[in-house]
Write a protein that binds this ligand. Structure first.
Ligand SMILES: *Cc1c(COP(=O)(O)O)cnc(C)c1O
Length: 422
């Protein structure tokens, strides 16, 4: 058994071989210490957007280190944080006016929830319920686990998780049910906010729902004075085909969380964007109304410089064209599995494609995922199925032939995995 000194995330060390070291990264590839190249078909857990080590972003990081390292972000500001904030407000849905920095997707969501509660608390209105969607994922801290789907991943922590109100996932033809449930929760008058992953639930299994439903939820929230928090941690930065997924529903959330992709994936950074109303509810000569949140590394200047460079890449390079090409390549490659009886729910949203492998029995679910993961690795591919859900979310620099190879390999690996699962 491998009693690893380094304790890896989401890893059962008793079942995994010792970790391969990655020696370098470039574009769509990781290269391990033996010189094997691995196509990063999941963007290193969804963070790498343009490709690994994009030269503009790497250069900005180098340049920033000539000027500063970490700087306390209370009492002082710095150019990188201010330029990035202006840039974010410029590209975010119109109406978001303020940027609060933190370090990860989880903290961006924690900040959002605290802002929502603070908004009502500071106005003396007792609203304390958060509404979420079934199968949602918002992070791994106690607060974000509370708002996410409950299961084996958080069973041990269940006693500490706070209660939330859950909407049924809007399956085709039962969307009205989701809207009605939200309306019913809102009528209690206790709902502070709806916290939702717009258009696609990522870790919950790449489950896609429509922009009309999302817009419907926003409308109900408005009617009842509930805040609408968009967790765009995964969906931001072009993943769904638009800069932010909310654009497709034509809506501006009250609060928007972004992290993965904010620096092109190069450095950890997160931002929670808020409207003027949210900010103003915390603006007071009464110090008790301060927004009480910080972390030591808030607005790390080097990470912010990487974020500014990422905005430059979006401005100066044909990123949207790359996204369109990737969308087309996904669509064409998915076609070959449309009539394949081994797969169900073939789906795509922007640069994300997913399909479910039909496994003989649910009990095999636990085994089929890790088995396929190893088979992909043997074939030079980083693909990590979510149970029986296979998905691809590559960086936008991936070529058509690299993507084709990934799809070829999915067919081959599925055949082997199914044979073993019999
Ligand atoms: C990944 C993710 C998070 C958590 O982000 P971390 O940086 O891993 O803390 C939150 N929300 C969504 C939708 C995510 O995909």
């Amino acid at each position: 058994m491998n009693r690893s000194t380094v304790w890896h995330p989401f890893t059962q060390h008793a079942l995994e071989p010792p970790m391969k070291r990655i020696a370098s990264t470039q574009g769509a590839y990781l290269t391990d210490e033996d010189g094997n190249r691995i196509l990063d078909a999941i963007s290193s857990w969804w963070v790498i957007t343009h490709g690994h080590r994009h030269p503009t972003i790497m250069e900005a990081i180098r340049a920033a280190t000539e000027a500063y390292d970490q700087i306390i972000f209370a009492e002082f500001s710095h150019e990188a944080a201010e330029r990035l904030a202006e840039g974010l407000i410029g590209i975010a849905p119109a109406g978001l006016k303020h940027v609060f920095y933190s370090d990860s997707g989880s903290t961006a969501v924690e900040v959002a929830v605290k802002m929502a509660l603070g908004y009502f608390h500071n106005q003396g209105e007792p609203r304390d319920r958060i509404v979420v969607m079934e199968h949602g994922y918002h992070g791994d801290t106690i607060g974000t686990m509370s708002t996410g789907e409950r299961g084996v991943f958080n069973a041990a922590y269940e006693p500490l998780l706070f209660g939330v109100d859950r909407l049924p996932f809007p399956e085709a033809n039962s969307e009205q049910d989701t809207l009605d449930r939200f309306e019913a929760f809102c009528r209690t008058g206790r709902v502070a906010a709806l916290l939702i992953e717009p258009l696609i639930l990522g870790a919950g299994g790449m489950k896609i729902y429509g922009a009309t439903l999302l817009a419907g939820l926003k409308k109900i929230a408005e009617q009842h004075g509930c805040l609408f928090i968009a967790d765009e941690v995964m969906t931001g930065w072009g993943r769904t085909g638009t800069m932010f997924a909310c654009e497709q529903a034509g809506l501006t959330p009250d609060i928007l969380c972004t992290s993965k992709g904010l620096t092109g994936g190069a450095l950890p950074l997160a931002a929670t964007l808020a409207t003027g109303d949210i900010f103003d509810a915390h603006l007071s000569t009464d110090r008790r109304k301060t927004f009480f949140h910080s972390s030591s590394y808030t607005a790390n200047p080097i990470a912010c410089a990487a974020g500014v460079a990422n905005l430059e890449v979006w401005r100066n390079e044909p990123v949207i064209e790359r996204i369109r090409d990737l969308e087309t390549a996904h669509r064409l490659n998915l076609l070959r599995y449309e009539a394949d009886a081994r797969f169900a729910n073939i789906r795509q949203l922007g640069t994300i494609a997913a399909l479910d492998l039909i496994v003989p029995a649910g009990g095999y679910l636990a085994k089929v995922g890790p088995h396929m993961r190893r088979l992909f690795r043997d074939r030079g591919l980083l693909i990590r199925p979510l149970g029986n859900v296979l998905y691809l979310m590559p960086p936008y620099c991936v070529t058509t032939s690299e993507l084709e190879y990934a799809y070829d390999t999915i067919g081959e690996v599925a055949a082997i995995a199914l044979e073993h699962a019999q």
